[in-house]
Write a protein of this length. Structure first.
Length: 70
């Protein structure tokens, strides 16, 4: 089972594909990317969940992407 990461403060224009590409940099295994959408408007809410393949990959993603603009 992988590790699910909360990714906050996202641009409303970022796509799940773009997030997957960023988190997969360096060969990391991304299991799932889910941008949370507003129920009423159907627009993104500015955060997402990214599930990584292992705890080590999640730790690597956190250390390399923390504070980075996407």
């Amino acid at each position: 089972m992988g590790t699910r990461l909360y990714v906050g403060n996202l641009s409303y224009n970022v796509t799940e594909g773009e997030l997957r590409d960023v988190f997969a940099e360096g060969g990391r295994n991304v299991v799932e990317v889910k941008i949370v959408m507003d129920r009423d408007t159907g627009r993104p809410r500015g955060f997402a969940f990214v599930e990584m393949g292992s705890d080590e990959e999640a730790t690597g993603a956190i250390s390399s992407l923390s504070g980075r603009e996407i």
